[in-house]
Design a protein around this ligand. Structure first.
Ligand SMILES: Nc1ncnc2c1ncn2[C@@H]1O[C@H](COP(=O)(O)OP(=O)(O)OP(=O)(O)O)[C@@H](O)[C@H]1O
Length: 265
């Protein structure tokens, strides 16, 4: 364990991590060092293919580094990280289960008693605004509602770390804004550790305490930008503030350097 590793403050830490997929001509990520402090909301942005999902998969214990080490709560990750909840771009709900059963899935796997489960599910159905839809099936829900179920399903058991991979990617702009504000409110209440992958610079600034900007593949960390806005945050007021525009421009100048815009109009 490196001497500076502090399990009291670091939830997740990557130390000089390189990941090669077998048969791939170049590493997916190369020499990535990254620190996610406990109870922080960290957004990861970067061009397509720079290795953002790879970092989440390493944190979830679904991939093992070719070189370097990944630590969770001060211990090297050597198996699937059962302390991590993973919300992917697709809602991945079980189509044969109702909203209630989908939300309660993680509690069932953890053998939480039935009465406690019912109480928690009722609370989370309300928190994510799905009252009245408890007995609906995923096919009867809109994309935004399905996303709400997947977020409730991830947060209900109070995981030590939540990993989100572009969870709002496929949604329309209004639904996306609503869910971003909902996630802000939820996280500010629970304030666990959250690592959030996105392509959306605005989203990264609205939500995160720090934005990690990755360079194009093989991915490395280009810069980590702190987001100084106080919490609780309200997206509507943030957008209108000059400080928001300033930070956006700073982030954009870092980000655009990593994009190949030569073919853009
Ligand atoms: N299973 C795999 N086998 C081989 N190469 C892979 C595999 N998964 C990902 N890669 C490669 O690793 C690199 C990083 O992929 P990753 O999905 O982590 O990028 P990303 O930044 O999340 O991309 P996007 O923003 O498009 O989702 C890419 O070059 C990708 O082609």
């Amino acid at each position: 364990m490196p001497s500076e590793l502090d399990p009291a403050t670091d939830a997740l830490r990557l130390d000089n991590v390189t990941l090669d997929f077998p048969g791939s001509p170049r590493p997916a990520i190369e020499n990535v060092s990254l620190r996610v402090a406990r109870r922080k909301f960290v957004a990861v942005i970067g061009p397509s293919g720079c290795g953002k999902s790879t970092i989440l998969n390493l944190a979830a214990g679904l991939l093992t580094p070719t070189e370097g080490e990944v630590y969770f709560d001060g211990e090297p990750i050597t198996a699937v990280n059962s302390s991590a909840a993973y919300v992917t771009q697709a809602a991945n709900l079980l189509p044969w289960l109702t909203v209630r059963a989908n939300i309660g899935l993680a509690l069932k796997f953890r053998d939480v008693p039935k009465s406690e489960r019912a109480e928690k599910i009722a609370h989370w159905v309300k928190v994510v605004g799905l009252t009245g839809f408890e007995d609906s099936y995923p096919r009867e829900l809109s994309g935004g509602m399905q996303k709400r179920v997947s977020i409730a399903r991830a947060l209900i058991y109070d995981p030590s770390i939540v990993l989100m991979d572009e969870p709002f990617g496929p949604l329309d702009a209004i639904t996306r804004l609503r869910l971003q504000q909902d996630l802000l409110n939820l996280w500010e209440e629970q304030s666990g550790t959250l690592v959030f992958v996105t392509h959306d610079l605005n989203e990264a600034i609205y939500l995160a305490d720090e934005v990690v900007v990755m360079s194009k593949g093989p991915g490395t960390v280009r810069q980590v930008l702190p987001v100084p806005f106080e919490r609780p945050r309200h997206i509507g007021s943030l957008i209108e503030s000059p400080e928001f525009s300033e930070l956006y421009n700073e982030l954009w100048s870092l980000f655009k350097a990593e994009l190949d815009l030569s073919e853009a109009a």
